[in-house]
Design a protein around this ligand. Structure first.
Ligand code: AMP
Length: 203
């Protein structure tokens, strides 16, 4: 989802708002919120709703989000989705599209455990040791930054994240289907193939 969101910001010139990225920045800064969030993240569990809802409410008020935004990794629970609807209604805004990118669970384990991410926060480009390796091992092709493996991209944590998804996030499929907003695509094929399918939906 992050890979596609990064391509979408370039095409639509609107910001990507990723709760995961915001939480990881707080962890790196060592703020109180970051310290608490890290325990949940390393266990593959969700950070409490009130924390992420607060983050999103602040972020949506920023000037760059006034002409649209791509939410990446938010909402992840029904209460988060309800809070989002209320916040957007207050702002006179709404969600236009919800994308579900569907990938087989074992494939996700392979993708996430092989993922490497650029350390440079302004870049954040992602690679995969097998499917999309950088030209030079450990170095970002895009900005020359150092690549790292996220603390939660190890197999036990990935399996826990998948269990969390099935329990807490999957009900959102129904939530957005009922609102007529859900579009599902198969997350197989090249990054470009998937991107083209998404653009065909968004128009
Ligand atoms: P992501 O970068 O989207 O894979 O998120 C990484 C981790 O951050 C998740 O496994 C959660 O622990 C936490 N997180 C990100 N977004 C949310 C959210 N909307 N609600 C709760 N926890 C979140």
């Amino acid at each position: 989802k992050g890979t596609q969101a990064k391509l979408l910001i370039e095409k639509y010139k609107i910001p990507q708002i990723s709760t995961g990225d915001i939480l990881r920045a707080a962890v790196k800064e060592g703020t109180e919120m970051g310290k608490k969030a890290k325990e949940y993240m390393d266990a593959g569990k969700l950070v409490p709703d009130e924390v992420v809802i607060g983050i999103i409410e602040d972020r949506l008020k920023q000037p760059d989000a006034q002409k649209g935004f791509i939410l990446d990794g938010f909402p992840r629970t029904v209460p988060q989705a309800e809070a989002l609807d209320q916040t957007l209604a207050r702002m006179g805004s709404k969600i236009d599209h919800v994308l579900s990118i569907e990938v087989d669970e074992e494939e996700l384990v392979t993708r996430l455990t092989g993922r490497r991410t650029c350390k440079n926060p302004a870049c954040g480009q992602m690679f995969h040791i097998k499917f999309n390796p950088p030209q030079k091992e450990g170095i970002c092709d895009k900005c020359g930054g150092e690549l790292y493996q996220r603390d939660d991209d190890n197999e036990p944590t990935v399996r826990s994240r998948l269990a969390t998804y099935n329990q807490a996030t999957k009900p959102l499929i129904d939530y957005y289907q009922k609102k007529g907003l859900l579009k599902s695509i198969k997350g197989v094929g090249s990054i470009e193939d998937i991107f083209n399918q998404i653009v065909a939906i968004l128009g």
